[in-house]
Design a binder for this molecule. Structure first.
Ligand code: JBK
Length: 224
């Protein structure tokens, strides 16, 4: 898969060069590049933002540099993603769908957002999605893109070694994970649940499923 990001802070994507995703980039399972829209400015100050029409606080990202960056990267097989708190919620189902695509472009807004015409223009060229990673305020689309890229990349065959570790993990089956334990069996007066030491695999599976249901009911009733 090819993944591009358009961002005035391309260094914020350096974290992708570490860990499993970094290895997938090294192995050419994933090809990642970050492009700075300042490269497409023509004024001495390399201006990428301006004050909003209609007034209000903050600055809005100008359409021309982002539009030119899109022109350079996007074709009709690309999926363009605008991380935004105004977007649809990005979830595991979205990650799975996007992991089957050939080319993703993440367009990162800073400041108060992006001129709406950039999103409308993108939609004339390619499938275009506004996606939110959650209901909180961060300073731009970069870290939201990194989160989505990690969630998507790990679903690409070969990126994660053990396919079972993919299936077993949270949310794939609509419940949160069961609690995990390792040695020692007793630590600081806290004991590993007896059943996990029993060797009875049917009982262990039953206990884990019960734990998943209890934790989901307690912490994530919205999933039930
Ligand atoms: C948020 O994707 N998001 O959720 C997002 C992107 C950019 C700014 C934001 O505050 N929440």
């Amino acid at each position: 898969m090819k993944i591009d990001a358009i961002s005035v802070f391309p260094e914020m994507f350096d974290s992708l060069n570490h860990s499993l995703i970094g290895k997938a980039i090294d192995n050419q399972l994933i090809e990642f590049q970050a492009l700075n829209p300042r490269e497409f400015t023509t004024d001495v100050h390399k201006t990428v933002d301006d004050s909003p029409y209609g007034g209000g606080a903050g600055m809005v990202m100008k359409p021309e540099p982002l539009g030119q960056a899109l022109d350079k990267l996007v074709d009709d097989r690309t999926v363009v993603i605008f991380p935004s708190p105004a977007g649809k919620l990005f979830d595991q189902a979205t990650a799975t769908k996007l992991s089957n695509k050939k080319h993703l472009v993440f367009v990162c807004g800073r400041y108060e957002g992006i001129d709406q015409r950039v999103i409308d223009y993108s939609a004339t060229k390619a499938e275009t999605l506004e996606l939110s990673i959650g209901d909180y305020v961060i300073n731009g689309g970069e870290m939201a893109s990194v989160v989505m890229i990690e969630a998507i990349s790990r679903l690409i065959p070969g990126v994660i070694g053990n396919s079972e570790s993919l299936v077993e993990e949270s949310h794939q089956d609509g419940l949160v994970e069961y609690p995990s334990y390792t040695k020692p069996a007793s630590w600081n007066g806290l004991d590993v649940p007896e059943v996990l030491l029993s060797g009875n695999h049917a009982e262990i599976a039953k206990w884990r499923r019960q734990q998943q249901v209890e934790r989901t009911e307690k912490n994530r009733p919205d999933l039930i």
